[in-house]
Design a protein around this ligand. Structure first.
Ligand SMILES: NC(=O)c1ccc[n+]([C@@H]2O[C@H](COP(=O)([O-])OP(=O)(O)OC[C@H]3O[C@@H](n4cnc5c(N)ncnc54)[C@H](O)[C@@H]3O)[C@@H](O)[C@H]2O)c1
Length: 355
């Protein structure tokens, strides 16, 4: 029930029309629907609300494949909720994988991240290059991969998709992602504000292409990558510097100005990534969306929502803002567990409307 999951559900339903698809999510952002005419989960057979930290292993009985997306999903949240990030992203992922293997699940797909390369000079990073995770979030992805590597067998095939940074329109849009932020600024106020000096490298991937990669990983055989595979997931053509992304948005949307913060502290996260292995192993599931289409898709989606909030960096399109607001209202406790599971959720959250 997150940004990527809302897109993946539809892709899996189209790819496997007769499969029984089950969702599982704590629902932090379930209410953050962005222009969806229909709840995205209606294409699933069932949807559980539950916490990964307390998942019932019985749910995995009879399951063929697990696509594991649930996480505290970026650096700012990881910095604010470091211990919880470790519990959910790393320890609960390891437990889930053990439960899955014990239950006879045959494929396990993990949403990992290229952010584990951190700051990397000297050309695009390959899968066996040294990792340099700089944040709690990135460290959680490394730790999970290390456990998954040990658990994988020929009967429990594990694919860790080291995704580039996501972009694109979703039924649960996030605007705390670089390209989405730029398009939102352009649509709302004809202005793109780059918070860094614009030089960091950031590979991107469209969420529809992430879903395509997941579809591949669910079916991956031993002969294409072995029992455990960690693979950079994106395309070599999508390694951009942040300022190039801003300029591409300004070129696609008329009358938009770009401002760069020349005094910004250097962004420590900068990496180019080599996606050749993914191209070799998954020739029929390669990214298809180009940058111009991604920008146009976001623009169209935002316009259809009537989006005009120049202050969106303080809105519920930012994952950290949602969690922080829930904490302030007492709806989530300090472990980010629902404090009041039943009655008062809408009352408590409703008292502090979004600006
Ligand atoms: N968005 C990106 O650029 C990107 C890039 C690389 C990897 N990833 C990974 O892809 C996955 C999905 O990312 P997203 O962008 O959709 O993020 P998101 O924050 O929109 O979605 C994450 C989902 O996980 C759920 N969740 C969190 N803690 C949970 C718990 N304890 N129990 C059950 N559910 C829980 C949330 O409710 C949310 O629906 C994450 O693992 C993320 O690290 C994302």
């Amino acid at each position: 029930m997150g940004y990527i999951g809302s897109c993946v559900s539809g892709q899996l339903r189209r790819a496997f029309p007769d499969a029984v698809l089950t969702g599982y999510d704590i629902g932090y952002f379930a209410h953050c629907l962005t222009g969806a005419a229909v709840l995205p989960e209606t294409c699933l057979d069932q949807q559980y609300f539950g916490d990964m930290r307390e998942i019932n292993p019985g749910l995995l009985k009879g399951v063929d494949a697990v696509v594991h997306l649930a996480a505290i999903s970026n650096d700012p949240m990881g910095n604010s909720f470091e211990k919880v990030t470790k519990d959910i992203n790393d320890e609960s992922s390891a437990r889930l994988a053990r439960f899955a293997r014990a239950a006879g699940v045959r494929r396990f797909v993990f949403a990992s991240s290229c952010s584990m390369y951190g700051f990397a000079e000297g050309g695009p990073r390959k899968e066996d290059d040294a990792l340099n995770p700089l944040t709690a979030y990135a460290r959680s992805k490394v730790a999970t991969e290390n456990v998954l590597r040990e658990l994988a067998t020929e009967d429990f095939i594990v694919t860790s998709l080291r995704f580039a940074t996501a972009c694109g329109m979703s039924d649960r849009l996030r605007l705390d992602l670089v390209l989405n932020d730029f398009v939102a600024g352009a649509v709302a106020s004809q202005q793109i504000t780059i918070l860094s000096d614009g030089t960091p490298w950031r590979p991107l991937i469209h969420i529809e292409d992430m879903a395509r990669a997941i579809e591949w990983a669910i079916q991956r055989g031993l002969s294409s990558g072995g029992a455990f595979l960690a693979v950079n997931t994106g395309s070599n053509g999508w390694n951009y510097q942040v300022k190039d992304l801003a300029n591409a948005v300004a070129k696609s949307i008329p009358d938009v100005s770009v401002s760069i913060n020349k005094n910004a502290q250097p962004d420590k996260r900068s990496y180019q990534v080599d996606f050749s292995l993914f191209k070799k192993l998954a020739p029929h599931h390669q990214p298809q969306v180009d940058l111009t289409s991604a920008i146009q898709g976001l623009k169209k989606g935002l316009q259809e929502m009537g989006f005009a909030d120049g202050n969106f960096r303080n809105s519920q399109f930012m994952r950290l803002k949602v969690l922080t607001r829930f904490r302030e209202c007492g709806v989530l406790d300090e472990q980010l567990r629902w404090a009041q599971r039943q009655s008062t959720l809408s009352g408590a959250a409703g008292q502090k409307a979004w600006p």
